[in-house]
Write a protein that binds this ligand. Structure first.
Ligand SMILES: Cc1cc2nc3c(=O)[nH]c(=O)nc-3n(C[C@H](O)[C@H](O)[C@H](O)COP(=O)(O)OP(=O)(O)OC[C@H]3O[C@@H](n4cnc5c(N)ncnc54)[C@H](O)[C@@H]3O)c2cc1C
Length: 383
């Protein structure tokens, strides 16, 4: 058993940590969040470092990184914010699905967008009546000659409003099909005529933006159907595990940075003539939180390691997602208590952490859904 990183992985971690400190520290992420601003210069720097190629195989021009290296990057970017971590992993999660199922002709068209970061990919599954229950998808794509004609409404689509976005959109192609039947994946340019994108005002996650996407008779070339028609459920499920694992890495990074800030403050803030961190109740809370974060980190890397061995991580991925996201909320809650009035001031980074942490157990599958998955692993049937 080996809990250590390889020399190359340690180097990647160091590079990513100094990248975040220099180009996107939490203070900057907070500013961008407040201005609804996406820092495209940071995206370009990630592209220059070749990070967008890391998830893809050598045949596609990628560098064939394992889920462990991807989790390292997710964790380090999470130190900045979930939004900055999502600006990296959120594009290649749909991207990996596309690369896995696209034909060689489609790959030749999509390659630069995927591997070199020339396009941002968004993923549209959720709808007004299809949240946790993705089988309830209603957005329809009707075949008409060489095109599909898409009508419907997607919700919460992260990053769909950014310039040049391509939306991996799950639609219902099967006539009268319900549940997991008759779903298909189309990759659609966000600026295709007939698409309207409305940013949803939210508590946080303003860097990428969370959007409602309306499709009104949108013509999409049938050549942009990814994978077999009607097999969309299988396509969607093929990358769900890596999403949960990488999100767990991001939550751990965000939680650790939150605790680091609280710890620093506890050493500096003096009340009753001594640093507040020397009051046992504060010190024990901080010690407990570090223990929780380490537990979350171990779950995240166990899942990443298992995935890198080519083994399924359905239960372990859900455990990592559950623990990581809940730990980020707990760390932000503790951080607010330790910084007290100064945390409550909206100029504090802690107040930004608090706003964005609360969505961690909701997006990418709620905590209840993760518990359902874990319970299924225990042989319990859950709904
Ligand atoms: C910031 C943000 C970004 C997002 N980005 C995207 C994106 O890019 N693309 C995309 O497609 N979607 C995205 N989503 C949507 C996200 O995946 C959904 O919000 C999530 O799956 C939950 O769906 P819902 O909000 O409709 O809640 P619902 O499914 O309506 O759930 C409401 C409550 O009921 C509980 N519940 C529901 N079913 C069960 C069950 N079977 N057992 C126990 N409890 C249950 C839930 O856990 C929750 O507490 C995003 C959401 C947010 C908030």
């Amino acid at each position: 058993m080996d809990f250590g990183l390889t020399a190359e992985q340690e180097t990647l971690q160091k590079v990513a940590r100094s990248f975040v400190a220099k180009h996107c520290p939490a203070t900057k992420a907070k500013e961008w969040d407040e201005k609804n601003e996406f820092p495209s210069e940071v995206w370009d720097l990630m592209a220059e470092l070749g990070w967008f190629g890391l998830p893809y195989p050598l045949e596609l021009g990628g560098t064939d990184g394992t889920p462990i290296e991807l989790t390292i990057l997710a964790e380090e970017l999470g130190r900045s914010s979930l939004d900055m971590a999502m600006s990296y992993i959120g594009t290649f999660i749909p991207g990996l699905t596309l690369s896995k199922w696209a034909s060689s002709e489609q790959l030749s068209r999509l390659r630069d967008g995927l591997v070199e970061g020339k396009h941002r990919f968004a993923m549209a599954i959720s709808e007004p009546d299809a949240g946790s229950d993705a089988w309830a998808i209603r957005t329809r794509a009707r075949r008409d000659g060489d095109d599909y004609v898409v009508n419907g409404r997607k919700m919460w689509c992260t990053g769909a409003g950014l310039p040049g976005a391509k939306i991996a959109t799950y639609v219902r192609t099967g006539e009268g099909a319900t549940g997991r039947e008759g779903l298909s994946l189309l990759v659609i340019d966000a600026d295709t005529p007939g698409i309207e994108i409305h940013r949803i005002p939210t508590l946080a996650r303003h860097i990428l933006g969370t959007n409602e996407v309306i499709f009104d008779d949108v013509r999409v070339p049938a050549a942009d159907l990814i994978g077999p028609e009607g097999e969309g459920w299988r396509v969607m499920m093929s990358n769900l595990e890596i999403e949960r694992v990488l999100m767990s890495g991001a939550y751990v990074g965000a939680a650790q940075a939150t605790l680091d800030d609280a710890l620093k403050y506890s050493k500096e803030r003096v009340q009753f003539g001594r640093p507040i961190g020397t009051f046992q109740s504060v010190a024990h809370d901080l010690a407990d939180m570090q223990t929780e974060i380490d537990a979350a980190r171990l779950l995240a890397y166990r899942a990443a390691w298992t995935l890198s061995q080519g083994r399924p991580v359905t239960t372990h991925g859900s455990m990592a997602k559950l623990k990581g996201s809940e730990t980020y909320v707990a760390a932000a809650r503790l951080g607010m208590q330790v910084l007290a009035g100064y945390g409550f001031a909206t100029e504090s980074v802690m107040s930004f952490r608090w706003r964005e942490a609360i969505v961690a157990p909701i997006s990418a599958g709620t905590s209840q859904i993760q518990r359902n998955m874990i319970a299924r692993g225990l042989g319990l049937k859950t709904y």
